[in-house]
Design a protein around this ligand. Structure first.
Ligand SMILES: CC(C)(COP(=O)(O)OP(=O)(O)OC[C@H]1O[C@@H](n2cnc3c(N)ncnc32)[C@H](O)[C@@H]1OP(=O)(O)O)[C@@H](O)C(=O)NCCC(=O)NCCS
Length: 187
């Protein structure tokens, strides 16, 4: 990485705030760039309406939305529903910051495991998830029908343990710059 990029990372201040309807235009701008089958605006709106079981954050830099991620809680599990970063902001640990915040929200709400699906070919995302302790646990054949791709199902277990809390702390301490978090309202 060039010295200038290093400086940019160290100076970076990323704000995580609960996703609101007013962010959705920016969210959709990123969504259509990064996913072959983007979620619709109405799908995001219906997710945001499910306040008791969902947590959605956007990441902002100088007021501009650069990424977002979501979590669906079931009884014991936190399911990461989506995570995406503006291509202009990749490799700035934006997804790492978002996933840290979601994992901590899931744990605070009683999750003992975290799970997600990822395209078998999406090695970048799998690498990110591996750092968070997710392991491949199965394949859902042809899950992404539009591209004929299988989904890898990944799980991180015992996320309520001290060891997992230490893992999250280690990840957090490796993230450069600052992250300011506005927590969602109590559920
Ligand atoms: C996957 C994605 C969310 C990662 O966002 P990001 O903010 O660039 O990720 P981070 O900077 O936090 O990266 C954390 C780690 O993930 C891994 N990673 C991220 N992008 C990678 C890439 N292109 N190639 C290899 N590893 C990658 C690396 O281990 C990285 O750590 P490092 O930079 O210290 O090597 C982003 O590439 C994206 O939006 N992709 C399109 C949408 C998508 O695929 N979402 C996941 C759906 S399941």
């Amino acid at each position: 990485m060039a010295v200038r990029d290093e400086d940019r990372l160290l100076d970076l201040e990323v704000q995580l705030v609960p996703m609101r309807r007013r962010h959705l235009r920016s969210v959709m701008r990123i969504e259509v760039q990064v996913y072959p089958r983007p979620w619709s605006l109405s799908l995001f709106m219906s997710e945001l309406a499910l306040r008791s079981t969902r947590v959605y954050y956007v990441a902002r830099v100088e007021g501009v939305v650069v990424g977002y991620a979501g979590l669906m809680m079931t009884v014991d599990d936190g399911h990461v529903t989506t995570i995406a970063v503006d291509p202009a902001w990749h490799r700035h640990k934006v997804a790492t910051r978002l996933l840290l915040a979601l994992a901590r929200q899931a744990i605070a709400r009683g999750a003992t495991s975290l799970t997600l699906e990822v395209r078998v070919g999406n090695k970048a995302a799998q690498e990110l998830y591996r750092k968070f302790g997710f392991r491949p646990c199965g394949i859902r054949k042809n899950y992404y029908v539009e591209t004929n791709e299988d989904a890898l199902v990944m799980w991180a277990d015992d996320v309520d343990s001290d060891e997992y809390a230490e893992r999250l702390d280690r990840i957090e301490s490796s993230v450069p710059g600052r992250t300011l978090i506005e927590e969602p309202r109590a559920w």
